[in-house]
Design a protein around this ligand. Structure first.
Ligand SMILES: Nc1nc2c(ncn2[C@@H]2O[C@H](COP(=O)(O)OP(=O)(O)OP(=O)(O)O)[C@@H](O)[C@H]2O)c(=O)[nH]1
Length: 345
């Protein structure tokens, strides 16, 4: 592809999701005015024949902007997204210099983020050029709880988020706020939650919220994996229940001292998708794989499993693997047994 060398480091992508009217465009307008997002390529997906969001969005001078209309990102225009992202480095280049250094995709309010994440994680051309920096989901404090009751898409948007932003808090009453908090606890206890008003948020808060990237330090990976475990991490080979959530939601960790054969891990991942599916809300792993000199990070959300990434290095001879799970209605014994059988059995 013209315009830039293949070897340049992958361009981070932030996926901004959230149900209809939850405040995505309001947030985006604030974000792109800040230095951290000033050179973002903004891709706006709208649903319906006459999209409005791109008119409501007011890019800063440096931003480049693309609209994907007439369909939903998760189905009809997924091919357009691949083409837009594939072409962008040279399409938005001046004198051979790429004009953006990150991408923000605002998906339509009805989009399920999973297919988009699959596309970003699996499409050969996109995988080389881009990396997912995280999924941010806005949830409206007034309607959020009932929206989450009623719409599967809204639940998927919350479940897949690395960061949840609760909007319109000043318009909501305490009862609907606590109903919403309980619902968010149940759907995604791992994601940090922030309250924002009228899209006011430091753009830096959105950077690096997903998994550690290739070559990241082990220290960074520890912060990431610990965030998923809440208070369940401390005791090895066991777990305490996570702090607060619906019945049926559990958070726990499992460790292995011996290196894990990569082929066994792959088999287990396939099996877990089939057998556990949506009962596996989230898993994160920091692994010592047989034959690899560096630590490997894997993670997944329900059926979606991201490609493994290798970190910088082990600090010394002390190695080991740790997996953290957040599950719903999935007996811990069943999961632990399948892991032990497959990974070290
Ligand atoms: N009071 C209040 N209003 C907000 C807040 N955030 C957004 N709004 C308003 O909510 C309405 C919808 O916000 P948008 O940013 O357009 O929401 P969206 O998620 O982009 O909406 P869709 O494009 O329909 O999916 C607008 O009128 C905003 O001004 C907030 O924190 N407080």
């Amino acid at each position: 592809m013209a315009g830039e060398p293949e070897s340049s480091s992958p361009i981070p992508i932030t996926l901004l999701s959230g149900f209809l009217g939850s405040g995505k465009t309001t947030l985006l307008n604030r974000l792109v005015r800040q230095p951290a997002m000033a050179r973002a390529l903004v891709i706006i997906n709208e649903f319906g024949e006459i999209g409005l969001d791109h008119r409501l969005f007011t890019a800063s001078q440096e931003n480049v902007q693309v609209e994907l209309s007439n369909g939903c990102l998760c189905c009809a225009v997924r091919g357009d997204l691949v083409k837009t992202l594939s072409d962008a480095p040279w399409r938005f280049a001046r004198q051979g210099q790429r004009q953006f250094d990150r991408v923000v995709i605002e998906s339509s309010g009805l989009a399920d983020p999973a297919p988009v994440l699959h596309t970003l994680a699996r499409h050969p051309r996109l995988m080389r050029r881009y990396r997912l920096d995280g999924v941010v989901t806005t949830v409206d404090a007034v309607n959020g709880a009932s929206t989450l009751e009623r719409f599967d898409e809204a639940r998927r948007q919350v479940t897949l988020a690395d960061l949840l932003l609760v909007t319109k808090r000043e318009m909501s009453d305490p009862a609907s706020r606590s109903r919403l908090e309980a619902r968010l606890d149940s759907l995604n206890p791992a994601a940090p939650r922030l309250t924002i008003e009228h899209g006011e948020l430091d753009a830096e808060r959105l950077l690096g919220i997903g998994a550690p990237r290739e070559g990241a330090s082990l220290a960074e990976a520890f912060v990431w994996i610990n965030a998923a475990a809440n208070d369940a991490l401390a005791p090895l080979h066991s777990a305490a229940p996570a702090a607060k959530h619906d019945p049926g939601v559990e958070s726990f960790s499992i460790t292995f001292d011996r290196p894990i054969p990569p082929a066994r891990l792959e088999e287990w991942l396939e099996l877990s998708q089939t057998l556990m599916g949506e009962r596996m809300l989230r898993f994160k792993g920091l692994l010592d794989l047989e034959g690899r000199t560096r630590p490997t990070v894997i993670h997944g959300v329900q059926h979606l499993i991201h490609p493994p990434v290798e970190l910088d290095a082990w600090p010394d001879d002390e190695r080991g693997s740790r997996l953290v799970f957040i599950t719903k209605d999935l007996p811990r014994e069943e999961l632990t047994r399948s892991l032990r059988d497959f990974l070290v059995g």
